[in-house]
Design a binder for this molecule. Structure first.
Ligand SMILES: NC(=O)c1ccc[n+]([C@@H]2O[C@H](COP(=O)([O-])OP(=O)(O)OC[C@H]3O[C@@H](n4cnc5c(N)ncnc54)[C@H](OP(=O)(O)O)[C@@H]3O)[C@@H](O)[C@H]2O)c1
Length: 329
């Protein structure tokens, strides 16, 4: 495993982190066996992963509870990142949300507490003050944000600091390269890449858009004719699956699994601290962890980048996977 510094903190985290959304087994991911989830977390630890990302919203607290249970007795060797929901950004609501997360996580401190989504209805200064207070109390070690674009990050940096910005970033989803990535780099804000496998598209398990479960076919890759989308755009299903085919050919030529190649490509990108790879089974997390050891030559990195350039152009600079720019939060 490779370890990297978490933003400007003295904390080191594994370059491949475990994303703990899917193990909550919610309406997006479907049923999930609790023992399998706990075994997956233990397999992550055994593979050298020390960094776990969760949120109060995942399974309405179920993901945090599972993580707390699985990490019992091993808490001090790991770095826990969780998130406060955008509905809880007023001072009192945030302080209470943090207490609930601490309880579910079975710990007395959170290593990285992140604002899940910006909420323009709540004064940012109020949220920042509440987060400062939690840090002073030792309940939170470092503060991060998530889904903050240039405008939100600029506002936040005028008021205080954040060590990381968690953004959707994958070989298929490169919108952050247009603008926000550079803003993060310029301000020493580490990028945590979410949906780094584009929710399974980059494992090669889906041959066409019709194969993707409806609850995952909600992003701007998919046509707005699909029932659960809310972006109102045409989507770019043909371009997405053409890019997946091109990536598949490159992976076959170098004899490496697509999911590992996709994660290794991300780890070579500027500004990236860690990839938050979701996994539901011990085998998946072991395969994902091995991506940290996969060496890609500069030629292969360039070929992969070229394979998704057209898709990047088609999707444009809006980093929001779910909403059109007009309806972006
Ligand atoms: N801040 C935010 O707003 C935000 C939003 C989304 C996600 N996140 C974070 O990012 C993490 C990862 O994102 P994500 O869960 O959306 O998607 P992802 O990591 O791109 O995809 C994860 C899914 O892909 C499949 N998979 C993973 N590894 C595999 C392997 N080696 N072989 C085959 N299939 C594999 C699994 O589902 P199946 O087995 O069911 O196919 C898994 O649940 C989340 O857990 C969460 O921590 C944050």
């Amino acid at each position: 495993m490779e370890y990297r510094r978490l933003g400007t903190t003295g904390v080191t985290v594994s370059a491949v982190a475990m994303g703990c959304w899917a193990i909550a087994g919610d309406w997006v991911w479907g049923e999930q066996d609790e023992q399998a989830s706990i075994a997956t977390i233990h397999a992550a630890l055994d593979a050298g992963i020390n960094f776990f990302d969760t949120a109060e919203a995942y399974g309405d607290g179920a993901s945090e509870t599972l993580l707390g249970k699985a990490l019992a007795g091993r808490r001090h060797g790991v770095v826990i990142a969780t998130k406060v929901s955008d509905a809880h950004l007023h001072r009192d609501a945030l302080l209470q949300a943090c207490e609930r997360s601490l309880k579910r996580l079975n710990t007395d401190y959170i290593d990285l507490y992140q604002i899940h989504w910006p909420n323009w209805e709540v004064p940012l200064a109020e949220t920042v003050e509440a987060l400062d207070r939690l840090q002073q109390q030792g309940k939170v070690r470092a503060v991060g944000v998530s889904n903050f674009g240039v405008r939100d990050l600029t506002d936040l940096l005028a008021l205080g600091r954040c060590v990381t910005n968690q953004l959707p970033y994958s070989l298929l989803w490169r919108a952050i390269e247009f603008e926000i990535r550079q803003k993060c780099i310029d301000n020493d804000v580490g990028i945590l890449c979410y949906s780094p496998l584009s929710q399974g598209l980059l494992t090669g398990k889906f041959a066409s858009a019709d194969d993707v479960p409806e609850t995952r076919a909600r992003t701007r890759f998919f046509s707005s004719e699909r029932r659960l989308t809310r972006h109102g755009e045409d989507g770019c299903e043909a371009e997405t699956f053409a890019a997946v085919s091109a990536i598949r050919r490159i992976c076959a030529a170098i004899g490496a699994p697509m999911e590992q190649v996709a994660l290794a490509w991300l780890l070579r990108q500027p500004g990236v601290t860690a990839v938050l790879a979701g996994a539901r089974t011990p085998d998946q997390i072991r395969q994902n962890a091995d991506a940290a050891q996969l060496h890609l030559s500069p030629d292969v990195v360039d070929a992969l980048t070229a394979a998704t350039d057209a898709l990047k152009g088609r999707l444009g600079p809006n980093p929001d996977q779910y909403q059109s720019v007009a309806r972006m939060r």
